[in-house]
Ligand binder design. Sequence first.
Ligand code: KG4
Ligand code: ZN
Length: 336
Amino acid sequence: MITLGIETSCDDTSVAVVKDGVDILSNIVSSQVDVHKRFGGIVPEIAARKHYEAIIPILKQALESANIDIVDIDQIAATAGPGLLGPLLVGLSTAKALAISLNKTFIPVNHLEGHLQAAFLASRIEPQYPYVGLIVSGGHSTLVWAKGLRVYEILGKTVDDAPGELYDKVARFLNLGFPGGPIIQKIGTNGDPTRYKMPKIMVGKGFDFSFSGLKTYVIRLVESEKDKISLPDLCASLQEAVKNNIIEKLKLALEFTKVQRLIVAGGVAANMVLRKGLEDLANNYGCELLIPPPSLCTDNAAMIASCGYFTAPLVHKEMLKVNASANWPIGSAYNM
Ligand code: KG4
Ligand code: ZN
């Protein structure tokens, strides 16, 4: 069974071909980072135009690299939300047009569910339940109790910025470039994570996260220390604080759900400091830990194709009526 996946929810145009839900035949990602760099963040209108220019060439590239003819595709999965509306519409309408013209099944996929699926895809296994799942990226910070296919209890979310957004905003403030996460990781590699003691946030306030306080903390610190500030120590300390805030909430979730399997996915899950912290947490709690490799943490269409493959039994022809949804909570009904 060959699934074509299309992902355009943010600033990456991606098309993938996945066999039987777990074999990646191709996974082409075309980043718009150079276009958005000079704005220090993603400009939704520009992102949509760039997706529109890129989608057909990337589709051709994905088919070519998988050595598959378009008529041999069995089904087409595309991200329907959450994400930026204009960008989402480009991928979604391309997928629907292909499904109608080739008479194939169309499968709308939730972007967050796709991120979590990347962990199973990386291990080449079908989804296993239950698990505690955390999606940490530039736009999301969502903690779920996954109970079955498309069945999620949302435990917590960020009340302000997502952790990737924090990294991107701090990098912009420090004129380091975009996206901020990988740059801050690189600069912090040899820094002292204990140099600047950053606050623990939202302690005792349930499962919700907050990251904008850390941004304010960094800005105040840099303004007061001026030239004395050590950038490597600052970047190391910030990653340490983000890791600690995330680990606290995960401990709470593992204790509350008594679940023995943990998945962390999304762009920020590529962070090496966080990954090390998660390994220690999983060892302490004796739970299974699944984190996709960094290449499958950031946005890609293979995770969407794989998620589409496993959710296909739940879809029907009416799915062509599903609309793009900027805010589509994981596990909730299709927007139609
Ligand atoms: O999942 P993703 O590609 O897009 C969204 O759905 O948001 O995540 C992108 C985010 C950006 O904010 C970027 O700064 C962050 O993930 N990121 C990282 C790393 N790689 C990407 N943050 C920390 N460390 C990294 N290595
Ligand atoms: Zn994402």
